[in-house]
Design a protein around this ligand. Structure first.
Ligand SMILES: [Fe+2]
Length: 226
């Protein structure tokens, strides 16, 4: 269950009060980072010609700027390292970027409305075309004759046999399936269920989520070898 983020604690009631409260404490750092004991009496000014005091005031400021600069350099180096580790290997390998794209397709819930033995057909509606290739994870090779089972809710938001199908990918692993845009139901976004099977590979059960107005989805299913 998601909770509300904890409110930011209010120190001193408001941001304005915080520095005034600190300056009121004897010995606490003043606005320039030096204590009132070092500043002397009153507002710390001994006179217009007091160069020693001016140098003493600016030294902590300079030190503070240096600390901020060092912190920025360290943060920048860390960010560059993270980016390099994340993107560098793919960029360096170049041609192997396609292999990274062949990570196994993420599974999704089967839901309670799957039924086996649906009719063999390449479409259950019109207006939305799904196409792609069934591939093997790792080497990205097309899997010939993979089997795809489709099911989705009808326009009334119910599952029926008219909205189920089974089809076989061709010898290059290609599939093309035409359907109608699915409806949202029970608070779920529009989605299409699919199971993909192929010998020597773990079956995949997942869902596709078309966006409003979409008429085509190109999607390769990537199966994990057994
Ligand atoms: Fe569903």
């Amino acid at each position: 269950m998601e909770g509300k983020p904890a409110p930011t604690p209010a120190v001193g009631g408001t941001k304005l009060r915080y520095p005034l409260t600190r300056r009121a404490v004897k010995g606490a750092p003043g606005p320039c980072g030096i204590s009132r004991l070092r500043q002397g009496n009153g507002d710390g000014m001994r006179g217009p010609g007091d160069r020693r005091r001016k140098r003493g005031t600016m030294r902590p400021l300079r030190g503070r700027f240096m600390l901020v600069g060092i912190a920025a350099l360290v943060a920048g180096s860390l960010a560059a390292t993270v980016l390099l580790l994340h993107f560098g290997p793919g960029v360096a390998r170049g041609g192997q970027a396609a292999q990274a794209a062949c990570a196994p397709t993420a599974p999704d819930d089967e839901g309670p409305f799957y039924k086996p033995n649906a009719p063999e057909r390449a479409g259950i509606g019109s207006g939305l075309v799904l196409s792609g290739v069934v591939r093997a994870a790792g080497d990205c090779a097309p899997i010939p004759k993979a089997r795809l089972e489709w099911w989705q809710a009808n326009p009334q938001g119910r599952y029926d046999d008219a909205h189920r199908a089974v089809q076989t990918a061709d010898a290059e692993g290609r599939y093309r399936f035409e359907t109608s845009f699915p409806v949202a139901y029970y608070g779920r976004p529009p989605h299409i269920h699919v199971k993909v099977h192929a010998p020597g590979h773990a079956p995949l059960t997942t869902q596709l989520y078309p966006k409003a107005g979409q008429t085509e989805i190109a999607f390769d299913f990537v199966l994990r070898p057994r």
